[in-house]
Design a protein around this ligand. Sequence first.
Ligand code: NAI
Length: 329
Amino acid sequence: MKILFYDAKQYDIESFNKQLKDYPEITVDYIETDINERTASLADGYDAICAFVSSDLGKNTIKTLGEKGVSLILMRCAGYNNVDLATADDLGITVLRVPGYSPEAVAEHAMTLAMCVNRRIHKEYIKVRENNFSLVGLKGLNFYGKTAGIIGTGKIGAAMARICHGFGMKVIAYDKYPNKNLDFIEYKELEEVLRESDLISLHCPLTVENYHMINAKTISLMKDNVIFVNTSRGELVDTEDLIAGIRSKKFHGVGLDVYEEEGHNVFENREEDILESSITARLLSFPNVIITSHQAFFTEEALEAISRTTLDNAMDFKKGSINQMNQVK
Ligand code: NAI
């Protein structure tokens, strides 16, 4: 099994190489470039390619992979909204992913964003370095006794719900498929969750039906002074409407690990570039917004689980015994 690993960063290489000794039948070649319709042809002669959330696995890319004889796409992530599954299916290319590597890593980051933006840690860090010890602009809110609204209570949403519960918050949630193991959660309709929550955190996948689920209308339902966190997918939120909502002082704080048009930015140092979009600059012009760059998953434990499951997926495919939970169609 020969795998071409696109967009390889040092931490990916370290983490995969650590595991590879247990997989003697797999060879991995790492390349820095990400996959897209032009770079897909580099996979000529490989059985599989390994890609990530920010990779371009659209129709033309997958067609090229098919022409080059690639029969397996290994997503080293949970999300797969960037993969043209219909084309992969037409060409008989299997797509496997890592559905849950460390839900706690993402949930802990969601709470980190909520807490940092609440207590303005991003402002305070810089102020204190400049010997400015004033408290002006730093006032936060207690989480204890408040209501957390979790949208999507799968693996990550459940972990976030448990964290909020541990903070002494009332936890309400919206999900089409309530998680019966979470007996401390009160499930409600989406509108009710938006109306009643002091902290709203998105944990549902991006689908055709929930594109821009957070928009001018749904923002208008939210409580004034709400804290809003998105660690799921940028396109769940209409950024222009979010900016309008921030300008109208709807939010105490907004914490984003993902945002629309992040594709070119994800995991790149773009200090020298003239950016094609001003989304981050516009959002960061507000004192009550904090942005991180799709790092919620990024813990040692998560990287280890990602590399092991990805290599297991490759071996299972080779043996013809795919773990159905990891296959996306
Ligand atoms: P999961 O599949 O375990 O849970 C998703 C839940 O969302 C399910 O319970 C499902 O019923 C629910 N859901 C689906 N559509 C919904 C809707 N329209 N409204 C409300 N709920 C809905 O997924 P998991 O592992 O919890 O991941 C959630 C998302 O987190 C992923 O789809 C991905 O977009 C994002 N993610 C972000 C990462 C980061 O580093 N920022 C890392 C990993 C995942």
